[in-house]
Write a protein that binds this ligand. Structure first.
Ligand code: F6R
Length: 264
């Protein structure tokens, strides 16, 4: 696990955009796994800025989003389809035919199988972007999810529904079920890039990095992945016992030639 502690949310967006753009430069036909939620919004803004500045090109990229609400129309302003169009896809040159978000209106079981098959036929995910739930969820794999799970329907916890209520108008029906890539699906990505910001994520971050691996904290499974980069701001990193070590590692990396750098 590589853990980068950045000064603030803006620095988290810049550091994670740098990693994603490097991936695109090294492999223009990369398959990206993308997340929604508040945390990656600044990353997407930075990607759009870099695209407009001619620093990155997405014309050969493919993308798969982690999740979508069950029963929601892709045109609904709270669907994850809409979110991705609004924050990223409408502003970069990714091929609209190369974008996939689970279809919330399709038969869920058929859709989950189709989604897994589509990821496999694209050759798997090269770089998967993740946010982190305060309860440890990744995608919508809530605590007690099987660490080997595949894309499927999950019932959200009351806490997750409450955390996401801020996005819905008071009179709007808020879905409580989602289609989500499974933990096994996520773990097959070749590189995982997880972002977390704010002190309200600090306990979850600590459990993910320094706690035992367990289904009660799904993100802890990332300890088993060989190539994970976690980018935190100081608030999200504030409870880590290993903070000084992570700063030290980054200092050493900066002083070492790229050829000698470790990846994880
Ligand atoms: C969204 C997703 C979720 C979020 C998580 C954190 O596609 O998969 O796991 O990443 O709920 O959300 P924010 O960033 O809003 O705190």
């Amino acid at each position: 696990m590589r853990v980068v502690i950045a000064d603030d949310a803006n620095a988290v967006a810049k550091a994670s955009a740098q990693i994603l753009c490097q991936q695109m430069i090294e492999q223009p036909s990369s398959v990206l796994g993308l997340a929604t939620g508040s945390t990656p919004v600044m990353l997407y803004r930075e990607l759009v800025r870099r695209y407009r500045a001619g620093l990155v090109c997405f014309s050969e990229a493919k993308s798969f989003n982690l999740d979508e609400y069950v029963g929601i129309d892709p045109k609904h302003h709270q669907s994850y389809h809409y979110f991705m169009q609004h924050h990223l896809f409408d502003h970069i040159n990714i091929d609209p035919m190369a974008i996939q978000v689970p279809q919330g209106l399709s038969d869920p079981n058929i859709e989950c199988q189709r989604y897994e098959a589509a990821i496999a036929s694209a050759g798997g995910i090269d770089l998967q972007v993740l946010g982190l739930g305060a309860n440890g969820h990744i995608g919508f794999n809530e605590p007690t999810s099987s660490l080997a799970s595949r894309t499927r329907i999950k019932t959200l916890t009351e806490a997750t529904v409450a955390a996401n209520a801020r996005f819905f108008k008071p009179q709007e029906r808020q879905p409580s079920m989602a289609l989500t890539m499974g933990i096994g699906t996520i773990m097959e990505a070749r590189h995982i890039l997880l972002l977390a910001t704010g002190e309200h994520k600090a306990e979850s971050v600590k459990a993910m990095i320094e706690g035992p691996v367990c289904a009660m904290h799904p993100a802890s499974v990332l300890q088993f992945h060989p190539t994970v980069t976690i980018v935190l701001d100081v608030g999200a990193a504030s409870l880590l016992n290993s903070q000084q070590y992570f700063y030290w590692v980054e200092k050493m990396r900066a002083e070492t030639t790229p050829e000698k750098r470790e990846n994880s």
